[in-house]
Design a protein around this ligand. Structure first.
Ligand code: F0G
Length: 459
């Protein structure tokens, strides 16, 4: 018999998680105004709200933490991190920040001005927020295949070259500071971008004199998919693939809370000295001195080890195999999910799962609330609430897809937890026709409303 897959690690420390009854959860979610962000984590059994900063560090990372150098300027931990980032990306300038969106804030302060346009593949919400906050525009050029959840395409994060060239033709070079390539593409389902596509985007952008920047939160997972799915890449190491991808850009923003395998942190890495100089000033104003940028020395030390571990094949295989395990159970039971299975999460197609809930009553949010009530599992809506209102017309923006994301923290839950989640969804799926009502907004903030929105059950 062929031996089954098993994780290449064992568990040294455990953390109890709280169970609850359906009646308790019904009450708690009501008190939280039906916003899953408002729930205390003690009221959640399996927390799949995000894979960001929720993973488990390794023994080597904890050991590195003890050796962190807390010097204000020129800490050894900074030098170590800089060297690791250089080894993986080839970028020589490093600016640490306290997390990914802070890297966006610093870099965009240096590069984006009012009226600019930033084409890319489904910009992440904070990224879009930082662009729109500067009265600039994010233009989504993701390939159309990404928006059909059932269609199998190995690289649904890819940028459509025709759409991109239209943007390049419509606006002058002065209005397009860079093209932003998000690897993997979170908003369209944790879907990867191929090397071939990045190369083609680079060639096209070169012709118009526009540089590429990578939003690299899950760059290692992206490299894993390239190795597994792209012809001619199967014999290369993850680190070789990463190096090549980054060679097509002038720099990156990073949320270290994902593929950095740490609980907090971010950075900007660049090859362009001029942008580095300008961004350094903003780092000092917003984050801290340029050799720590909001991070403790010990956190930089753990991050250096984390980046190295995250770009090892065995680690990535165990991570993606777990996500595929959950995804394949759901597929087997007929539950509509974004395919192929993505890198960090399962995305459930709520329009297909709950066809009787009107679009204006937020089907993906409704499914998230149902899943919490059913089993104490917390996911997150990637749909109309997240898409927010158009900054000019203030109308709701209805995205092409209405998804419930179940993001899997790294090295944190077992496959039994995944099975539990799958069964909970199956139970809801079996009674989906009875769910006909969703939720209405009673209060929302003018920007990034999903974090604080208040809802009530639709009558
Ligand atoms: N870019 C991408 C692609 C992201 O997914 C995130 C965060 C960020 C940037 C911002 O990084 O959180 O460190 O400030 N995504 C988290 C998520 C929040 O749940 O997907 P951050």
């Amino acid at each position: 018999m062929k031996l089954p897959y098993a994780e290449p690690y064992r568990i040294k420390m455990v953390e109890p998680i709280g169970q609850s009854t359906p009646e308790e959860r019904e009450q708690w979610i009501k008190e939280a105004d039906y916003n899953l962000f408002n729930l205390s984590s003690s009221k959640v059994f399996i927390d799949l709200l995000t894979d960001s900063g929720t993973g488990a560090m390794s023994d080597k990372q904890w050991a590195a933490l003890m050796r962190g150098d807390e010097s204000y300027a020129g800490a050894r931990s900074f030098e170590e991190l800089k060297q690791t980032v250089y080894n993986i990306t080839g970028y020589q300038y490093l600016l640490p920040t306290h997390q990914g969106r802070a890297a966006e804030n610093v870099l965009f302060s240096a590069m984006v001005k009012e009226g600019d346009v930033i084409p890319g593949n489904s910009h992440f919400d904070t990224t879009k927020g930082h662009i729109e906050f500067r009265k600039a525009h994010a233009i989504d050029c993701t390939i159309d295949e990404a928006f059909d959840t059932e269609l199998e395409h190995p690289f649904k994060g890819n940028i459509d070259l025709v759409k991109l060239e239209e943007v390049y033709k419509k606006y002058t070079k002065e209005k397009i500071p860079f093209c932003l390539v998000t690897i993997t593409c979170n908003s369209s389902g944790g879907q990867p971008v191929s090397i071939e596509n990045v190369k083609a985007v680079k060639e096209l952008s070169d012709r118009y004199g526009i540089p590429l920047i990578f939003d690299s939160a899950r760059f290692a997972e992206n490299a894993y998919f390239i190795k597994k799915r792209e012809k001619g890449q199967e014999h290369r190491s993850i680190k070789e693939i990463c190096k090549e991808i980054f060679s097509y850009g002038i720099g990156m923003t990073m949320s270290s809370k994902k593929d950095g395998l740490v609980n907090i942190g971010g950075f900007i890495a660049l090859n362009n000295e001029e942008i580095f100089r300008t961004a350094s000033n903003f780092t000092i104003i917003y984050e801290g001195f340029i050799t720590y940028g909001g991070m403790a020395g010990r956190d930089m030390a753990a991050l250096a080890v984390g980046l190295d571990e995250a770009t090892e094949f065995d680690y990535l295989e165990s991570r993606i195999t777990q996500i595929e395990y959950l995804g394949n159970l759901l597929i087997e039971w007929g539950i509509p999910i974004q395919r192929p299975i993505g890198g960090h999460a399962i995305f459930i197609d709520a329009l297909k799962f709950l066809p009787n809930v009107p679009r204006e009553e937020f089907p993906a949010q409704t499914l998230g609330i149902e899943l919490y009530k059913e089993a104490g599992v917390r996911g997150v809506e990637i749909g109309t609430i997240l898409a927010d209102r158009d900054p000019e017309t203030r109308e709701n923006r209805y995205p092409k897809m209405e998804l419930l994301r179940l993001a899997i923290p790294r090295r944190t839950y077992t496959n039994n937890h995944m099975y539990y989640v799958a069964v909970a969804l199956k139970n809801i799926f079996e009674r989906r026709n009875e769910i006909t009502k969703g939720y209405n907004i009673t209060w929302e903030s003018p920007i990034l409303r999903h974090f604080t929105v208040k809802l009530e059950a639709a009558k």
